[in-house]
Design a protein. Structure first.
Length: 236
């Protein structure tokens, strides 16, 4: 006798929580996420369909495979995953579970999802993040991003929280989590240049703060060069 799992027919899509790393395409025109476990090599968008990470042709999720998107029922459980060293720069996602799914004790494994909200943790310095900046790693065609405040950008490729949401599309909300003093959202910046299109008053004010932080950093570097100037000249 074949065992059959009970079928659920919810009136609304279930909600779940997971963590993921934000990513930005190499040309800066698209934003998405990449998983922290099996699916880490396959970036996905806000609205995405799962496929078998092992390359098998069965539809995901399959009961005899561990493919498909994964999430947990409880937000606190997902937040606890952010405590590990390798996941400190990940973001917390609230997702809608769409299509076929398998329920297990802690959450779901499912075929299709829509990311509703991404909550960004604090910068590595402890300040509330106002941007997502180049984290120093990536996938082919995609840069991994990490939370950053204006003072810690240091000219890295970066995108404001509002701009990341706009690039990701599909109505995604990106919010800053807890941290210390927080500047407002920044514009998209790349090595010092800023895309000012569609920026509001708060974004322009934050951009001014970013430029001031960069100016302070450059002045510090110039001062150091000035102190070494005579010595460097004698060596020439």
């Amino acid at each position: 006798m074949r065992f059959r799992l009970p079928e659920e027919r919810p009136t609304e899509p279930p909600t779940g929580y997971k963590i993921a790393h934000p990513v930005l395409s190499h040309d800066g025109t698209r934003a998405g996420f990449t998983g922290v476990s099996l699916g880490g090599a396959l970036p996905y968008g806000v609205l995405a369909d799962a496929s078998c990470v092992y390359g098998l042709r069965h539809p995901a999720p399959h009961r005899r495979c561990d493919c498909g998107f994964h999430c947990v029922h409880d937000r606190t459980t997902a937040e606890a995953l952010l405590c590990t060293a390798e996941h400190r720069a990940a973001v917390l996602l609230e997702v809608l579970v769409l299509g076929r799914y398998l329920r297990f004790e802690l959450g779901y494994r499912y075929a299709r999802q829509r990311v509703r909200t991404a909550t960004v943790g604090p910068c590595a310095c402890g300040a509330t993040a106002s941007a997502l900046a180049d984290a120093g790693w990536g996938r082919p065609g995609w840069r991994g991003l990490a939370p950053s405040c204006a003072a810690c950008l240091r000219g890295r490729t970066s995108v404001s929280l509002a701009s990341f949401a706009r690039l990701a599309g599909e109505g995604l909300r990106v919010v800053a989590g807890s941290g210390s003093a927080a500047p407002a959202d920044l514009g998209v910046s790349r090595g010092g240049s800023t895309a000012a299109a569609d920026l509001g008053v708060s974004e322009l004010a934050a951009e001014a703060a970013l430029l001031q932080a960069r100016l302070d950093w450059f002045q510090t570097q110039l001062a150091r060069l000035g102190e070494r100037g005579p010595e460097a000249g004698s060596q020439g």
